[in-house]
Design a protein around this ligand. Structure first.
Ligand SMILES: [Zn+2]
Length: 82
């Protein structure tokens, strides 16, 4: 409880830094969007913040195709039924 990682994200409107908190893999680290681990980014995905300048912005994590791996096993086809 009370242990989290912080990701500092500048407001797209005025540049003021906002903090998003991740409880996924907490080590009290501070990250930016550029160096935050995937597990942290996934955890803050969907979080939204409102800035005093009027902007409301949210983190949206996109799945990278490079992280997808195809696995396959070959079973017996119906033609081989005994
Ligand atoms: Zn702002």
């Amino acid at each position: 409880m009370g242990v989290f990682d912080t990701v500092c994200v500048p407001c797209p409107g005025c540049g003021r830094e906002h903090e998003f908190f991740s409880y996924a893999d907490p080590y009290l680290d501070r990250f930016t969007l550029d160096n935050a681990p995937d597990v942290v980014l996934a955890d803050i995905s969907g979080q939204q913040q409102a800035c005093g300048c009027g902007f409301i912005f949210a983190i949206v994590t996109k799945v990278s195709a490079k992280a997808i791996q195809l696995t396959a096993t070959k079973g017996r086809g119906e033609a081989e039924l005994e």
